[in-house]
Structures are given as C-alpha cells and as structure tokens.
Design a protein around this ligand. Structure first.
Ligand code: AVI
Length: 332
C-alpha cells in the first residue's frame, strides 16, 4: 500500500498501476455485457469535467438542489436544531455545504472521503469560511462503517449526502450504504441520528436524456475520459473514435444508463489482454437512478431510515429528504 499525492491510499503495483482500477476494468471487459464501475470516472480530468457538467444548462440537479438548500434554511434549523456534528459523505461542495452549515449552527463538521486531496481542499475551504467551527476531515471509504473522531463522539449527528449520488448505486448497494451510514452515525448505540439526503426525481424522459447528453458534449467528454484513462494507465489501445457516448432512459429500472457504443467492429488490448466488440455492442459505464416519492421512501426505509420531511425545488425536479434512523425493534 503506497500513499498517493501525500494522502489518499492507493494500492499500486511495481509499475505504478492502480491495482483496483486494473482489476475492475479487466473484470468488467470480460463480461458478456461489458461494464466498468462509475467510480473510475473521477481522475483529475474526470472531476474537472464533472464540475463543468454541474454548470450546464441541461444538467438541472445541482441547481435545483442548491435552490432547495437556499430556500429551506429556516426549516432545517427548526427540524434539525443547533449543536450537531454534520458528517458529510463525500468531501463537500463549496456551494451546498456552506448553505447547510450556515442554516443550522452545527458544533462540528466531519467530511468523509476516500480521496485525501479533495478532502484536504474542501476541509481547508470550509475552515476558512467558518472560522469558529471545528472541522475534522476523515480519509475513509464511507461505503463501510467509519469510526468518527473522538471529539465528535458526544455530539448528536446529522449525516449529509447531497447530489443524488445514492442514485449512482443499484438498490442493493444503496441499501448497504444507508445501513453503513446508520452505523457510522451511531444509530445502534442509542443515538437518534438524522440524515439529509438529495434524491433526483423521475421526470420526462427527454429532459433526463438531455441532462446526460448535453449539446456542448461535456458529458460525452466525461464518458470518453474513461477510455483515455484506460489507454494511459493500463496500456490500452481502445479506439476512442469508435466508441460513442450514449445516455438512455431505462423505464423498467427508472434510471439513466450511460454507455460507450462501438460504432464498428473493434479489437483492442488492455494490460496485455485482448478484447473485441461487435458494432452496436456497448460498455455500460454509469447508472443514475431517479426516484418517485414512494420509491425514495422505500429505499430509505430498507436502509434503516424513516423519512420525516421532503422538500422540492419550485420546478419539482429534485428532492431533499430529512430522515431519522429507524429504531430497531422486534414487533411491528
Ligand atoms: C455524481 N452523480 C450524482 C452524477 C449523476 O447525475 O448521476 C454523475 C453524472 N454523470 C453524468 N452526469 C452527471
């Protein structure tokens, strides 16, 4: 195990290749339906492109969620109260996190992220904006239970998971994450933690597809960057020009799927292994699930959280939900 960029833990081989990246890509390309986990989008260029996506006219989720956080501060303050430790799953956005922190007067802020670089940057930015607020960044994989710093142990907790990142997980993984969050926030130790979570809504399919296939081609570049990354880091020969970005609404599973579609028969190598794709065959690169009120509630309940309040933006495109860890009991 080697430290990458000073902080993040990345397991690299003797040639400096990220072992987990190579394993995921090779495993994914060997499958009948080729698929690569969406987490590998986010190298430096991928993170920059995602930032650019959030500014696009067609990509409404960031704007809609920010509108809710801006408008509902008073209600957050009433329902959540002061003095909590805000535990953010992910390193925090320079726009959304301050809106919440300003509204509720917390006693501490704990961003959790697997990437030390993002964590350091966002924690430093937050500490500057909120000089009196103790900030305790924790470098960890929040998909598992995380031990929080001793200093925040006695405080009540509020989990914060904006952005509808929960939608990038299939329901089984989403439920596992919600259960890990419960454990991280101390739900089984007599605490009654709260969770404020952003969940994007099911809507007209043309609007959804435009959000994931914008006119400027930024989302296409984001999808293609995965190929560039594979070619650069894994000695790949994937023909970028023969893989086309596609974003389709899957109605049965209520999700946008992003794929890279082969525009002709192709053959290529990755890390010395040979692969072939027929024209029209795809590599599945991302799911972005969208929710109704009922499906959002069911997912939260399955993950051990009882929804207490839901807010929508004025155009009813996006939801922010406040949920409380469900008390475990034997009888109905
Ligand atoms: C990070 N996540 C919530 C984004 C989404 O909307 O699913 C990722 C994204 N992919 C393409 N555009 C944005």
């Amino acid at each position: 195990m080697k430290r990458d960029s000073g902080i993040a833990l990345v397991d690299r081989d003797e040639d400096g290749v990220d072992r987990a990246f190579r394993a995921d890509v090779l495993k994914g390309l060997r499958q009948r339906q080729k698929a690569i986990p969406a987490r590998w989008f986010y190298d430096e260029e991928g993170s920059r492109l995602f930032e650019a996506i959030t500014q696009l006219e067609e990509y409404y989720p960031t704007r809609a969620e920010t509108e809710i956080l801006e408008a509902r501060g008073k209600e957050f303050a009433e329902l959540i109260g002061p003095g909590r430790a805000v535990v953010e799953f992910g390193s925090g956005s320079s726009v959304k996190t301050p809106l919440l922190l300003r509204a509720i007067d917390p006693a501490a802020y704990v961003p959790l992220d697997i990437s030390g670089d993002f964590l350091r940057e966002s924690a430093a930015g937050l500490a500057e904006k909120f000089p009196g607020l103790p900030v305790h960044p924790v470098e960890a994989d929040f998909m598992r239970r995380v031990t929080l710093p001793e200093e925040v142990e006695p405080l009540k907790k509020l989990g914060f998971f904006p952005g509808s990142t929960i939608g990038n997980m299939v329901p089984r993984t989403a439920v596992d994450l919600l259960r890990s969050m419960r454990a991280t926030l101390g739900a089984d130790e007599g605490e009654s933690p709260l969770l404020l979570i952003g969940m994007d809504l099911v809507k007209d399919c043309a609007e959804l597809e435009a959000a994931y296939d914008d006119a400027e081609g930024v989302t296409a570049a984001f999808n293609h960057n995965l190929v560039t990354r594979i070619n650069r880091e894994l000695d790949g020969t994937m023909p970028e020009g023969a893989l086309e970005h596609s974003a389709m609404w899957n109605d049965a599973l209520a999700r946008i799927e992003m794929h890279l579609v082969a525009t002709r028969d192709i053959a290529f190598e990755v890390s010395g292994e040979r692969f072939a794709m027929r024209k029209g065959e795809t590599i599945h690169t991302e799911n972005s699930h969208k929710f109704t009120r009922r499906s959002a509630n069911l997912l939260l309940l399955a993950g051990g959280w009882t929804p207490e309040k839901r807010w929508l933006d004025p155009d009813e495109r996006f939801s922010v939900i406040l949920a409380r860890a469900t008390e475990q009991r034997e009888a109905p």
